[in-house]
Design a protein around this ligand. Structure first.
Ligand SMILES: C[S@@+](CC[C@H](N)C(=O)[O-])C[C@H]1O[C@@H](n2cnc3c(N)ncnc32)[C@H](O)[C@@H]1O
Length: 390
């Protein structure tokens, strides 16, 4: 039998350990660890170096949580998590496929999707940070931010991976609206939509507008993007972001997914970037692995179907309907897409724009997957249909 893992030495500065332990003890579903971390680091006015170390301890703890359960007190757990993270970085092959598939995610995950060893391994790595430059300004932005690595992804020229240490939120370029912090998989969704200047689009679950702003930029500020959400506070954040990005071709409206739509207009394209269980974000947000439940998956799959049904009639003949979720469970992805296709013969599956073919995997027409281990961002599912012209 394998020896139970135990932490080795007591080399962590106790002040940092105490703050990390406080954050871990007070994190829960309502108070996610990343939000509490931001709050505590700001309130305690810690140095940048300490903030980085504390964040690392907290993220390592949740990333390696599945390997820690045999230890009953928190400090030894935090220390063991740090050691496992170091071991994984130095000798990733020392973790067996079985260990990764069984411990990196909660046991119920296997009931809702396939847990491949490639995905499980990617979940244990530190996530990449992605920026989105304005259209055609990627090279000048790289120069301004001192990004000299030529790391670019075919089909997504504005996606820039940032490996530096600077606080980009404080940069002059950020405040001038020259880039957004946006995961590459999220950028993929608007690129998939491929809106044209002058068209009218509806981003039905716009939230704080990550994709609204990208759609508007792709439309070169010509035409109109309707941005709706059930949360007013999110739309208020979109307003601030839009003004920083100098995006004026959008209109926001509250919509809770009910039968009364915010407009009777028909659209060239509708994006349903639906609320989901977020399994695709588990690399970036390891705390969510342990707060998300199988019930969330079941309930949200139903909400997603309803949202698609509500808006399908608002797509013009020849127009596009795009469904995206940053999750990977079967019921919230292919099963929902299959269901929609089966009851809507007036829609036909949409092909992926050729430039993006290398960024996604597809087993069925109109259904596309992006995985952390291949694209280097969040896991994302996209389905697309076109309303037949007659
Ligand atoms: C995946 S997030 C959207 C992210 C956003 N599109 C972006 O790119 O930044 C899903 C959004 O759906 C909203 N939402 C949840 N339930 C909804 C419903 N029934 N009707 C409309 N919006 C809903 C949430 O408030 C949340 O902002």
């Amino acid at each position: 039998m394998a020896k139970p893992l135990t932490p080795e030495t007591d080399e962590l500065p106790s002040a940092l350990l105490r703050v990390a332990a406080h954050i871990i003890q007070n994190s829960n579903e309502e108070r996610p660890a990343d939000a509490l971390l931001r709050h505590e680091l700001k309130a305690r006015k810690v140095t940048r170096a300490d903030a980085r170390d504390i964040s690392q301890l907290v993220f390592d703890y949740y990333r390696w949580y599945g390997w820690l359960k045999h230890l009953h007190s928190l400090y030894p757990r935090i220390k063991l998590a740090k050691q496992l993270a170091k071991k994984f970085e130095e000798r990733p092959d020392s973790f067996t496929a079985e260990s990764l598939q069984n411990n990196s995610v909660p046991p119920w995950t296997k009931e809702v999707m396939e847990v491949s060893v490639e995905w499980a391994r990617a979940l244990q790595m530190a996530p990449n940070l992605w920026l989105r430059s304005r259209i055609g300004q990627d090279q000048s932005l790289r120069e301004k931010l001192g990004i000299f690595e030529d790391f670019s992804v075919p089909g997504l020229p504005e996606a820039i991976r940032y490996d530096g240490e600077a606080d980009l939120f404080r940069s002059q370029e950020f405040h001038a609206g020259e880039f957004e912090l946006q995961d590459i998989a999220s950028q993929l969704v608007s690129m998939f939509c491929a809106p044209k200047p002058g068209e009218t689009w509806w981003d039905t679950c716009a939230g704080e507008g990550g994709k609204t702003l990208h759609l508007a930029d792709l439309m070169q500020n010509k035409g109109l993007v309707w941005a709706s959400d059930r949360a007013d506070w999110r739309l208020k954040k979109l307003k601030l972001r839009a003004s920083r990005a100098k995006c004026f071709n959008y209109r926001s409206a509250l919509w809770d997914g009910g039968a009364k739509l915010p407009t009777k207009a028909k659209f060239d394209g509708i994006l349903v970037d639906a609320p989901c269980s977020g399994i695709g974000t588990w690399q970036r947000n390891p705390h969510a692995r342990w707060t998300t439940t199988q019930k969330d998956v079941t309930e949200l799959a139903v909400v997603q179907r309803q949202l698609l049904e509500r808006v399908a009639n608002s797509v013009k003949p020849g127009g596009k309907l795009i469904y995206s979720v940053c999750t990977l469970s079967n019921s919230e992805t292919g099963e929902n897409a299959d269901h929609f296709t089966s009851i809507h013969p007036e829609f036909e599956p949409l092909e992926v724009p050729p430039a993006l073919a290398g960024a996604v995997q597809s087993k069925k027409p109109g259904q596309f997957w992006a995985w952390p281990q291949t694209l280097g961002g969040n896991g994302m599912f996209i389905a697309g249909w076109r309303r037949k012209s007659s």
